[in-house]
Design a binder for this molecule. Structure first.
Ligand SMILES: Nc1nc2c(ncn2[C@@H]2O[C@H](COP(=O)(O)OP(=O)(O)OP(=O)(O)O)[C@@H](O)[C@H]2O)c(=O)[nH]1
Length: 344
């Protein structure tokens, strides 16, 4: 294929449904005979979502940091590598869920890759019920709410996801809120990220963000202004590593932190489910791989907005048994003791 490879940037808060959307987009690319490559960025040390994409999808992982800051320099390199080695028809970049959109735009338009790849869309997945609840409760105050708003503001396609959990009036209220933040973006209500890939491609015709330094005028613009605003948060990301089996704290993304627990044996199903149900409010997202003491095989668990979910995984999946927690000021001792109590 000649010309720059189109990139679609998938953003959205933790657990909003980015991977679910990505899977759906990849299926559609496959049906059309397009080679799609993926860059997955995770704050933690393991990538649990890669498995979900299925075999044969060229993927590069960027772990242990956020692509908008700590591992940002690696993104251009990773994209270049994909362009050289895979020569895909399209690249999807799934970001961490706490990525700052302004910084992301900067990262994917680095000069060394400008001829190779071209940003085509910025898709923000909005967890409908969660965003609505946060806005109603906090009125947009607080750093998490501000980050969510920034992700909404800089998108050119907003996917209002999890609408199966909303009634009509809530959906109307959500649409109104999103219109107020980003009136120019296309908006699609969705369940489990079921959105036609053509919706991203249609946008692409109207959007080609060029690197700000490449030419005067800065090229076409996404809706909204792209000056670094209140969301730029480049605090240093301290790393404190502990012994395996204990918490590995990977530093914070501003106010957020990740704790990864390695599990060295099976967990008791009932106690583990109970532990997930009574996670403290500071935990915004949890996921991992566990073995239950009463069933063979391994299971992936997902916890987003107080909803736990379990999915059986391929026993050969290379990620070890782990529990990853993402949240604000995580009570590490409490989490450790919840895990300990759940061990079989
Ligand atoms: N009820 C409902 N659940 C959904 C929907 N979309 C996704 N989920 C569930 O929400 C959870 C999180 O989905 P993911 O696709 O992993 O979210 P993510 O944004 O990739 O998560 P991070 O990468 O951790 O930020 C999973 O348990 C999904 O099955 C939806 O439309 N409705």
């Amino acid at each position: 294929m000649n010309g720059p490879i189109p990139i679609h940037l998938l953003t959205g808060f933790l657990g909003s449904g980015k991977t679910t959307l990505l899977k759906h987009l990849l299926d559609q690319c496959k049906t059309r005979g397009l080679t799609a490559a993926v860059v997955m960025n995770e704050l933690g040390e393991v990538n649990l979502d890669g498995e979900a994409l299925g075999e044969g999808v060229p993927m590069r992982e960027m772990l242990n940091g956020c692509v908008c800051c700590t591992v940002r320099d690696n993104l251009a390199e990773t994209l270049e590598e994909l362009a050289d080695e895979v020569r895909p028809d399209v690249i999807f970049v799934e970001t961490t869920g706490v990525a700052n959109p302004v910084e992301l735009l900067d990262a994917v338009t680095e000069l060394p890759i400008v001829e190779r790849v071209r940003l085509k869309s910025v898709v923000t997945v909005v967890d409908g019920p969660r965003f609505l609840e946060m806005e109603r409760r906090l009125g947009g105050a607080g750093r998490t709410a501000k980050l969510m708003r920034a992700q909404i503001k800089y998108a050119n396609l907003l996917i209002l996801n999890k609408t199966d959990l909303m009634d009509e009036s809530s959906l109307a209220a959500l649409e109104q809120m999103l219109d107020a933040i980003n009136p120019a973006a296309d908006k699609i209500a969705a369940v489990y990220g079921r959105v036609g890939f053509e919706r991203l491609e249609t946008l692409a015709a109207e959007l080609a963000v060029k690197p700000k330094d490449a030419e005067s005028g800065g090229g076409d613009r996404l809706p909204g202004d792209h000056e670094c605003g209140e969301q730029c948060d480049h605090e240093s990301h301290s790393r404190h590593h502990r012994r395996e089996g204990e918490a590995h704290v990977h530093g914070s993304h501003g106010h957020l932190m990740v704790v990864t627990y390695r599990l060295d044996g099976p967990v008791n199903r009932v106690r583990f489910e109970q532990a997930l149900r009574c996670l403290p409010a500071e935990v915004l997202r949890a996921k991992g791989i566990v073995r239950f003491d009463d069933t063979p095989g391994r299971v992936m668990f997902q916890y987003a907005y107080r909803e736990p979910m379990f999915i059986r995984v391929n026993p050969l999946f290379s990620v070890p048994d782990v529990a990853v927690f993402i949240g604000e000021r995580l009570p590490k001792d409490m989490l450790a003791s919840l895990i300990e109590q759940a061990m079989a």
